[in-house]
Design a protein around this ligand. Structure first.
Ligand code: SF4
Ligand code: SF4
Length: 377
């Protein structure tokens, strides 16, 4: 331990075990929080990889302690396998390649607005994304569409330089399109971009949807509602999601640990890439806290975690805007199907419909015209 890394004072740990109920890092360490805080200097460096940075420990601790901070101070730098880094780099490189990016600007009084669904939702639920965009366009004429990745996977596992490069590409695109307000569906994109782009107004989709007329949903099966841990400090988003469910006449059960005390689904901090076995333990742990087989949430990554835990994860937006999609059989545990799913998600991002293909074609034509114009100068 160095002199500038003071120990988080263990004396105030009440040994209540409250944080143990939902901490994947403690699952991996196999120690009680009390003993871990007492012997911080003996922490395994891998503890930093096992911590999903979900914030659960601090949210529920009666003494206000943060195991996350203790781990970050004492377990040192994350050590991640080269294979995991390569997988993430490939994903990010493809996401930011000219071939697979799509930013559509609108024409109208809200052309400085854009809707950004996030790449997981765009890849997995193309019909839903189009329906949400259509609904937003009715209230915000001229709103644009940004199908880019937010670059958060780079920030988790790649170098700062690589993250900055990808973020700059996203920022430049938004700047060129004169977008000042970004309406974001993915809680991960929301928290990451709010932090990275203070010059832009990053707005969560859910409070906006809660103020709009929504279709009544005929879904009557028993559901549990899971709050993604990226929304932990967003009480307005929690309330809006419940308002949306009430407006659509969808009944649901709450998890005992919900809203600001919600637990990680097992996919936080790319745990599924860095420590897949631990990620599966946490998925099963969270999914097992409800007797409901179907779990509705508003993060695509969380809904996939519940599928992988043997339950049925449902994205709130699919439930409202594309209910047909959630009745189709879906088995992420089947490897060949999951490979097909992965291929499909890349295709979905690019050309699920003639309309989007037209935007895509237009963007290519624009790019060629721009290149020709630059050559002519
Ligand atoms: S942030 Fe989450 S994973 Fe990390 S120590 Fe706290 S509860 Fe555990
Ligand atoms: S919740 Fe806080 S007081 Fe209770 S065991 Fe965990 S660190 Fe200690």
């Amino acid at each position: 331990m160095t002199s500038n890394t003071p120990e988080v004072p263990q004396a105030v740990c009440l040994d209540c075990h409250r944080c143990e109920r939902g901490c994947p890092m403690l699952m991996a360490e196999g120690r009680s929080p009390h003993s871990l805080l007492q012997e911080q200097s003996t922490l395994d460096p891998q503890a930093a990889v096992a911590c999903t940075e979900c914030g659960y420990c601090e949210a529920v601790c009666p003494a206000g302690l943060s195991l996350q901070k203790a781990v970050q101070q004492h377990a040192g730098k994350k050590t991640t396998s080269q294979l995991a880094k390569l997988r993430i780099f490939t994903h990010q490189w493809l996401s930011f390649s000219s071939l697979l990016r799509l930013q559509k600007t609108g024409n109208g009084s809200y052309s400085h607005y854009a809707f950004m669904p996030g790449c997981s939702l765009a890849g997995g639920s193309p019909q839903t994304v189009q329906e949400v965009y259509r609904q937003l366009a009715e209230f915000f004429p001229g709103i644009g569409l940004v199908m880019d990745c937010c670059a958060r996977p780079s920030a988790y596992l790649l170098s700062e330089k690589t993250t900055t490069t990808f973020l700059s590409k996203l920022e430049q695109g938004l700047k060129n399109s004169k977008i000042q307000k970004l309406i974001v569906a993915c809680p991960n994109c929301f928290s990451f971009l709010s932090n990275k782009f203070p010059q832009l107004e990053i707005i969560s989709l859910y409070p906006i949807l809660a103020s709009m007329p929504l279709p009544v949903c005929s879904y009557s099966e028993k559901l549990a509602l899971h709050d993604p841990c990226q929304t932990r400090n967003e009480p307005g988003v929690h309330s809006s999601v419940r308002q949306i469910l009430a407006a659509c006449h969808i009944s649901y059960e709450e998890f005992a640990d919900n809203r600001q005390n919600t637990q990680c689904c097992g996919h936080g901090n790319m745990l599924a890439v860095t420590m897949p076995k631990l990620a599966q333990k946490q998925r099963l742990h969270r999914a097992g806290q409800t007797s409901c087989h179907k779990i509705v949430t508003y993060c695509r990554s969380c809904s996939e975690a519940f599928d992988l835990a043997g339950k049925k994860g449902i994205h709130l937006l699919d439930l409202i805007f594309d209910p047909q999609s959630i009745t189709e059989p879906h088995d992420f545990q089947n490897h060949s199907q999951s490979t097909q799913e992965a291929n499909k998600t890349w295709m979905n991002k690019k050309q699920p419909s003639a309309k989007r293909f037209k935007w895509y074609a237009n963007s290519w034509i624009n790019r060629i015209l721009l290149k020709l114009r630059n050559c002519a100068k």
